[in-house]
Ligand binder design. Sequence first.
Ligand SMILES: C[S@@+](CC[C@H](N)C(=O)[O-])C[C@H]1O[C@@H](n2cnc3c(N)ncnc32)[C@H](O)[C@@H]1O
Length: 368
Amino acid sequence: MTATADVAYLDDLGDVLSSVLRAIEAVPRHRFVPDVALLVPEFEGPPRVIDREADPDAWWRAVHSRFAIVTQFDDGRGDIRTAKGDYTSSCSAPVTVAHLLNLLDTAPGNRVLEVGTGTGWTAALLSHLVGASNVTSIEIDPAVAARAAERLGDGPHLIVGDGADGCPERAPYDRVHVTCGIQKVPYTWIEQTRPGGLIVAPYCPGFGSGHALRLTVMPDGTAVGRFSGGALYMMMRSQRPADPGPVRPEDALEFRTAVDPRTLAYAPLGADLAIAALTGLRTSVYQEDDFYRMWVIGGPDEWAAASWQPDRDDFEVYRFGDRDVWAEAVNAYFTWVSWGEPGHDRFGMTVTPEEQRVWLDESTRVLG
Ligand SMILES: C[S@@+](CC[C@H](N)C(=O)[O-])C[C@H]1O[C@@H](n2cnc3c(N)ncnc32)[C@H](O)[C@@H]1O
């Protein structure tokens, strides 16, 4: 006899614990991925175009892989087949989708607002979890929205528009599920969610990784919650950061640093959150063979680029603008170290109509 034989309640527990898994089984991803798309296998190789007609087996394997599949470049101006451009819509990686849905903790009958319909896969999963008539999903890109509508048929209520506005006509919501990265929580989502309702979003302030954020809406009209695991998404259109300005070597201040730029670039999620909250800085990295460059960006005219190369005693930094962004980032990193390197689940956020605050351990210990 096994340890679990005759334990009748295990079936019930399975239903509760694995509702997201069951939804993913019931709503397969291949129904939503376009015939031509770009597989992005993270650290396991370069992105590659998948074409269902040209190579159906490769397409099928890609769709059932654990990787994100990009479905649009440059807001529709780019051609997927060239594999060049900024990623602007995708079918997210299944593990990230499952993580966010798990945090969302839905119950049948919950009214859900989804921001970022994309391919429609998550909207279909949400429909399975709470019932299609309870799901409202908003997509800003009309072409992306039209394709998702074809796939979803008479399912959830679909809207083409800016998800930052929510959809007041269908409020109040029990859950808001955001599938594009945000730096700032639009207060409309809190206004449209009932007290006790949850908002789950990828918080992507731009320094290193993004973070899954789960907020609970409070009776006083604020929202409070914590971070839980990484979640890096393409940004909400209105919250995309500006690129650094053109390089003007004649304006650059060149100096050297003993701090290996990879110390900051490879820092854990807790450090990323702390540095972003303390400084408001962002990063971007470039790597090729044994050359590694990290940009620290304060704004279009305020940035520094620090480069690592093997066998160096110290590392070159070019700084543009008056603000010493490299020193600020390094100081913030060592401040986080001096706190005992708290993990990112010790950080939280409070959102009020006026502001959002990131804190450590208690909502009174505000950073920045
Ligand atoms: C990562 S994809 C969403 C993945 C999607 N949930 C799925 O299952 O395929 C992000 C989507 O958010 C959309 N988006 C970006 N900014 C938006 C906004 N302000 N309002 C609504 N959708 C937005 C993008 O066009 C893109 O389709």
